[in-house]
Design a protein around this ligand. Structure first.
Ligand SMILES: NC(=O)c1ccc[n+]([C@@H]2O[C@H](COP(=O)([O-])OP(=O)(O)OC[C@H]3O[C@@H](n4cnc5c(N)ncnc54)[C@H](O)[C@@H]3O)[C@@H](O)[C@H]2O)c1
Length: 260
């Protein structure tokens, strides 16, 4: 069995991933900016834990030193939703710091050890927004496109090194991060559905896994269509968060995790 470190594991998808990995017999290290919450959840499910800020080198390195890690799951993320020209500068900066630079930081920290051992695996929870740009998620989508682009290149650099890179790309999932948003023409997922997909790639690396799988068919179809057809499919299936967002359900999350 392997030791798997999961970032952003105090709640939502990260907590579900930790639970699924423990259930499958892996040793799990959970980390989160919400230190007391992650410690309580780790005690409850039988995992290791420590406070973690993925935007801070020293914090990330200290957390990774708690155990010898075989797999890093980059899951921590934040999202601000609304029109591109209404986005507070702090929210845009924070999304890039956590969702992109947090992933780059963690990956850079584990790779020297993984390469020396000729074994290791970096799994990142990206998003369908790594391919699709939903209205109202301009910067968030850009951070997820950036992660995808960075990982594509790094994966090639690691060819023959024994180190695997995987991306899990979910649609909208029922968590605090998605509060007050719409899932458009796609089903709203439970965190456990993403957790099972992540645990499956931990057990068997695969570069890109869409959740649900049919979202991959949507992405491939969009790539084949001329722009006019693409626009029609967007209008039918891709949520317009500018129009759909319910601020009364969203403000608490954004005030707490994105704008502070
Ligand atoms: N919920 C969705 O619809 C959805 C869809 C696709 C992808 N994702 C991605 O899944 C991942 C998990 O999101 P979620 O929906 O479970 O959100 P969530 O808000 O429920 O959980 C995210 C966790 O990350 C933690 N976190 C935030 N900043 C951090 C930092 N600097 N250092 C350490 N931890 C930090 C938060 O404290 C929180 O516990 C994110 O990367 C998100 O972008 C979510």
């Amino acid at each position: 069995m392997t030791t798997v470190a999961v970032t952003g594991a105090a709640r939502g998808i990260g907590l579900a991933i930790a639970e699924e990995l423990v259930r499958r017999g892996h040793t799990v290290l959970m980390g989160d900016l919400s230190g007391p919450e992650v410690a309580a959840e780790a005690t409850r499910i039988g995992a290791l834990s420590g406070p973690l800020d993925v935007t801070d080198d020293a914090s990330f390195a200290a957390w990774l030193a708690i155990a010898e890690i075989d797999v890093l799951v980059n899951n921590a993320g934040v999202m601000w939703v609304g029109a591109y020209d209404q986005e507070p500068a702090r929210a845009g900066q924070k999304m890039m710091d956590v969702n992109f630079w947090g992933v780059v930081r963690g990956t850079r920290l584990v790779l020297p050890g993984f390469r020396a051992r000729r074994r290791g695996h970096v799994v990142t929870v990206a998003s369908l927004a790594s391919y699709i740009g939903p209205p109202g998620e301009a910067t968030y989508g850009a951070t997820k496109h950036a992660v995808h682009g960075w990982m594509k290149a790094v994966r090639q650099e690691l060819r023959g090194s024994g180190v695997d890179i995987s991306l899990v790309l979910p649609g909208v999932v029922e968590t605090e991060l998605a509060a007050g948003t719409s899932s458009g023409g796609l089903p709203r997922l439970a965190p456990r559905e993403v957790a099972v997909a992540v645990a499956d790639v931990v057990d068997k690396p695969q570069f890109e896994v869409f959740v649900p799988a049919k979202a991959g068919a949507l992405v491939r179809t969009l790539a084949l269509l001329p722009q006019k057809g693409r626009d029609l499919l967007y209008a039918r299936l891709v949520p317009d968060q500018v129009k759909a967002v319910d601020r009364s359900k969203r403000d608490e999350y954004e005030a707490k995790r994105v704008r502070d």
